[in-house]
Write a protein that binds this ligand. Structure first.
Ligand SMILES: Nc1ncnc2c1ncn2[C@@H]1O[C@H](COP(=O)(O)OP(=O)(O)OP(=O)(O)O)[C@@H](O)[C@H]1O
Ligand SMILES: [Mg+2]
Length: 260
């Protein structure tokens, strides 16, 4: 995932392309020689850059062409782009309720081929959900959410959990539905508690996770959630005693001191 909306270490700001520091000059900028001409010709069709919903279709593939496409899509309020079997999510840095509505979840859940709809985190979620269902014996599915601080990993994980909670409870089988709802509620309600103890305000993100998470959701044969577990890794314990200038301690310390 990439977040063009935040200032980064080398001073880039929203809308500007990051500088690439590796590789020869011609590769860095995509200029010079035959490749340079191809890049220029590709970029000259500025109007069509936002139409690339899969970065593997970009030709030639260079840092400049890929980032220009993502930038054009971002400008057109399109925040998800496929890159082969991966999904690139760009942080919109603004509320996008229509992008995460229950109706849209149902659209992706009901679609015969969700991957043929627009790139979206719900397409990834639905694909994994179907993979579990269709394999005999069922095969575990994993989703890796990665990116720099502030890219939207925690947000994306929440979207995934909400999606699974919604589609698992929309199952027609009534038996055990109370239990399913209880587990869903616990999974979703655990987020604020985990974040109170493990998240802090940093210069890059007001709600930065200072630990890694491995979340497991177990489904029954009938695709109901039967249990969930969360393992945490590498909590930044030193933050309790020391916070870098203009950063804060874990949220919980401020929350317990707040009078309501
Ligand atoms: N898809 C999105 N739609 C709207 N806002 C978003 C989205 N993704 C991220 N954000 C905003 O960006 C902020 C930072 O995102 P998030 O906390 O998920 O980053 P992160 O990758 O988990 O960072 P860190 O590694 O520091 O924990 C969120 O608090 C939210 O305001
Ligand atoms: Mg986070």
């Amino acid at each position: 995932m990439h977040s063009p909306g935040q200032a980064s270490e080398n001073g880039e700001t929203r809308g500007e392309l990051p500088k690439q520091v590796n590789g020869p000059e011609s590769c860095r900028n995509g200029v010079g020689g035959h490749l340079g001409e191809e890049v220029e010709s590709f970029l000259s069709d500025a109007g069509s850059l936002d139409s690339f919903d899969d970065l593997t279709k970009v030709n030639p593939v260079t840092t400049a062409t890929v980032l220009k496409c993502l930038q054009a899509r971002y400008t057109a309020d399109v925040f998800y782009t496929n890159a082969g079997c991966s999904l690139v999510a760009v942080n919109p840095f603004q509320p996008m309720p229509s992008l995460y509505s229950h109706e849209l979840m149902r659209d992706y859940h009901a679609a015969p081929h969700p991957q043929e709809l627009k790139p979206h985190i719900f397409a990834v979620a639905e694909e994994t959900y179907r993979n579990v269902k269709s394999q005999i014996p069922p095969v575990n599915q994993s989703i890796i959410v990665s990116g720099e601080s502030g890219a939207g990993k925690t947000w994306t994980s929440r979207c995934l959990m909400k999606f699974y909670a919604t589609v698992a409870s929309s199952s027609s089988a009534p038996e055990g539905s109370v239990e399913v709802e209880r587990i869903e509620k616990r999974v979703l309600d655990s987020n604020p508690v985990m974040e109170a103890f493990g998240n802090a305000c940093t210069l890059r993100n007001n709600n930065s996770s200072r630990f890694g998470k491995y979340i497991q959701l177990q489904l029954s044969r009938s695709q109901h959630l039967t249990s969930a577990s969360i393992q945490t890794f590498l909590l930044e314990k030193t933050r309790v005693a020391y916070q870098p200038p203009q950063e804060r301690n874990f949220h919980i310390f401020y929350q317990v001191c707040t009078r309501i």
